[in-house]
Design a protein around this ligand. Sequence first.
Ligand code: SF4
Ligand code: SF4
Length: 348
Amino acid sequence: MTAYCLHMEQLPPLMAWWRKEYDVYVPVAAEGGHYDFAPWREGTEIAFDYDLAYNTLKRYFLPPSEDLLTFDLASYEAQAVFEDPKQILFGVHPYDVRAVNQLDQLMEAGAPDRNYMARREATVVMAMEPQRVADTAFWSTIGADVVSHGYDLHFTRISPANFMVEVGSVKGEELLLARGPLPAATAGDREAARKAHQKVMDLSRSNRLNFDWRHTPKLMEKGWNAGVWREKAELCLACGSCNVVCPTCYCFNVSEEADETLKTGRRFREWDGCMLVNFATVAGGHNFRTKALERYRHRYMRKGKYISDKIGELGCVGCGRCVRACTARIANPREVFNALWEDQANAD
Ligand code: SF4
Ligand code: SF4
């Protein structure tokens, strides 16, 4: 794969150049010791060593609230709304690129979600090798430490002042070389990048699954009546925080409303989540998942089995966001998967 070497000092001028055409988002330190993505401006301090962005990047492709069409109540005419701002997401960790890749597949399947696709096509993803690991993360134990596609550029910090930048697309290479040629990465640079990856893998050893993650779908299938569902769900507040922060959750609800003149209106969608009490309410007021246990189990069935049945990958990338967001301390997929594994090991 083509790769270049970029000096730290060359990055701000490049960002300024990119910003002429794109909205550029970078990781920054946020309140409460967290990190988040924010617009880059001249002087923005990029948190190259952030451990985890508190909010998921899905909001750049699937905003929390989005208009789908506007309509005229007098003429019955409707106009579809597609917004596709040109944007660059700089510094996305590999597990988050994986999550975007999953959303791409799921939103494209069947009748493609054109609103999502429009935003996705207008977005440049610049990945970055993590330098630190969140204490709640377990991406390394489920093979989400690397990603082979879905990014335009991939940055690895190979020294305090240098990056090795791998090219993932023609668009990425054009943007990287927009201000002039760069030296090709040497064998030494590639070796330094390999060591940087190894270093972060060594840091990520503490949160492990007790089994090969590929067994998870089978485990879920056999664990339908496992005690872990009741034990954890008893404490669930049905707040939906685990859904909101998860990069692979993508459910939404569609509504319509007229404006105050009652002449025009809009159809819009907003994030929804399977942990919320009314998520599974259907016409006639019937709710087919009234119990916390049913909602809790459903969420893990999606992460551990249903998504895997569709695309052959776990529907969890091990980012650890839900673990942090859950005030009841019960939303840890690693703990749930391990509990199912122990259960079945004891039953055999
Ligand atoms: S289930 Fe939790 S750990 Fe897995 S991807 Fe979603 S937020 Fe991250
Ligand atoms: S598992 Fe935790 S974050 Fe998710 S709905 Fe229940 S209490 Fe909220």
